[in-house]
Write a protein that binds this ligand. Structure first.
Ligand SMILES: C[S@@+](CC[C@H](N)C(=O)[O-])C[C@H]1O[C@@H](n2cnc3c(N)ncnc32)[C@H](O)[C@@H]1O
Length: 399
């Protein structure tokens, strides 16, 4: 049996041992992505990046991590330049943002770098060991870099920024369907034909409450068969992150929208996507453990959850605007002027500039990564600190 077949067997056994021979889609997704031996994120093979199944912003070059570091430095200043400033990166993938951000802070914001501790929360053992290799030289240089689970971090202990890029879209989601104007949950069963989705009752009252809090009534006006997802794990995650932060920011970047766009009538198939070797489709029951499963983020629920916890919503913007406000536009301009007029340039140099320009354009493209949501929440800030606009949330210069 190959590892995908072994994983399917594990899921089948879990289903057989469950009370009604079915598990929620969220339970299925948790095992498919994070089973310690055969889960998608547990495989030692390179799954993220050009050789893997999908690419993320840091694969577009060093600029993403460097520009995000500008936001970290700005946060450090607003917090009054504390002697201890922690960037806690959750779901750090291959550690690309970490290396680029750290290097940028050392060169361009040495005082902030002096105060910096970098803390990584990473669920995948394979990616954690890749991060440790990539960051080893910074540890040797004396920078404090540690890996912890959220549970291991003492409450109210961090001053700094809790950062994630494409973490929340990797949390297991509940899959829902509307049948005869009743909200139902999609459960996963197993037969000799393999894994199969069947509708049933909601597994938890929290799902109905989720929509109540958003003031959305799917039972009225939505078409029969309407499919969507709910990310309850994201709400629990925010509670935990909030509890670790004493003072500072939560910066969340991800695919996603406000609730009104997420749960719009038009999005009748939901946002669940499967990524396998750079192509995407919507069958989660094939390539089990060999393909990424992801659903977009409902940023309104993260905002509301934060506000109930006492967090200040400082702003929600798009990645394109965020990066431009932090200096990506200047980088694009510099590229245009990186060759002297009337001086001979090699074809190789031109090609390099074109490729860099293309990568920067991808980071801000409204049709792609530039359309990602960026949410910044604040904890323990004074009114003056709240009123001071963060650099990434200011209106970017237009070129
Ligand atoms: C889609 S990847 C994004 C990686 C990286 N941030 C990037 O932009 O390239 C999702 C990352 O989140 C990690 N992850 C998923 N659930 C997690 C959790 N509950 N705690 C910590 N890391 C988690 C995965 O192992 C992986 O590193």
């Amino acid at each position: 049996m190959n590892s995908s077949e072994q994983l399917q067997q594990i899921i089948a056994t879990k289903i057989q041992h469950s009370e009604k021979q079915r598990i929620t889609f969220a339970e299925f997704m948790e095992v498919a992505l994070y089973h310690p031996q055969f889960g998608y994120y547990s495989t030692p093979d390179s799954i993220i990046g050009p050789q893997g199944d999908f690419v993320t912003s840091p694969h577009m070059g060093h600029d993403f991590g460097e520009v995000v570091a500008e936001q970290f430095a700005d946060m450090w200043v607003v917090l009054g330049e504390p002697d201890d400033f922690t960037v806690m990166e959750m779901g750090a993938g291959q550690g690309l943002v970490a290396v680029d951000a750290i290097a940028h802070l050392k060169t361009h914001h040495p005082k902030c770098f002096q105060a910096l501790s970098y803390l990584i929360v990473e669920k995948s053992p394979a990616l954690k060991s890749e991060q440790q290799k990539r960051l080893a030289h910074w540890q040797q240089e004396g920078l404090s870099i540690t890996w912890k689970t959220l549970d291991e971090i003492p409450s109210n202990s961090l001053t700094g920024c809790a950062f994630s890029n494409e973490l929340v879209d990797a949390f297991p989601v509940h899959w829902l369907e509307l049948h005869n104007q009743q909200l139902q949950e999609v459960w996963v069963t197993y037969s000799e034909n393999g894994l199969k989705a069947i509708p049933g009752e909601l597994s938890t009252e929290q799902l109905a409450q989720y929509f109540k809090r958003l003031d959305i009534d799917l039972a009225t006006g939505y078409p029969d068969g309407y499919r969507t997802e709910v990310n309850l794990a994201a709400l629990d995650w925010l509670i935990q992150v909030d509890s670790k932060l004493r003072r500072g920011y939560i910066l969340t970047i991800d695919y996603g929208y406000t609730a009104s766009r997420y749960y719009s009538l038009a999005r009748r198939e939901g946002t669940l996507q499967c990524y396998y070797r750079h192509s995407h489709h919507n069958d989660p029951f094939i390539h089990v453990g060999e393909q990424d499963l992801t659903a977009h983020v409902d940023f309104t629920s993260l905002e509301k959850q934060g506000e109930e916890l006492g967090l200040a919503t400082l702003g929600f913007t798009q990645q394109g605007l965020f990066l431009m406000a932090l200096g990506l536009g200047d980088r694009l301009q510099q590229l245009s002027h990186s060759t002297e007029p009337n001086q001979p340039v090699t074809g190789q140099a031109i090609q390099k500039i074109m490729m860099q320009r293309e990568a920067l354009q991808q980071l801000i493209s409204p049709m792609g990564l530039g359309n990602f949501g960026v949410l910044i929440q604040g904890k323990g800030l004074t009114q003056t600190e709240i009123a001071r606009p963060l650099k990434g949330l200011t209106i970017p210069p237009m070129y």
